[in-house]
Design a protein around this ligand. Structure first.
Ligand SMILES: [Zn+2]
Length: 81
């Protein structure tokens, strides 16, 4: 899995829990070098819902999985309410 700023192709990522729009990825920091301060942002372009996941020393791929899992958990939480 790979992130390019502005991508919204990730099929594992569920739609925005609030408006159903497909969210967009952003990776802040260095995509290549592990050990730098890096943050993966998943943002809904429609309602502006934003989730930031600090991936720090994790390989980018691991960080992606973490960010996706976090976003999808939020979705499930809302559905259970
Ligand atoms: Zn939204």
């Amino acid at each position: 899995m790979e992130i390019h700023n502005g991508d919204s192709y990730n099929d594992n990522l569920l739609p925005c829990p609030f408006c159903g729009e497909k969210p967009i990825w952003y990776l802040k920091g260095n995509a290549e070098a592990v050990g730098k301060r890096r943050v993966i942002t998943i943002k809904c372009p429609m309602c502006g819902t934003t989730q930031e996941t600090a991936v720090l020393k994790l390989p980018t791929e691991m960080g992606c999985l973490m960010a996706v899992a976090k976003w999808n958990m939020r979705q499930v939480k809302k559905e259970n309410k």
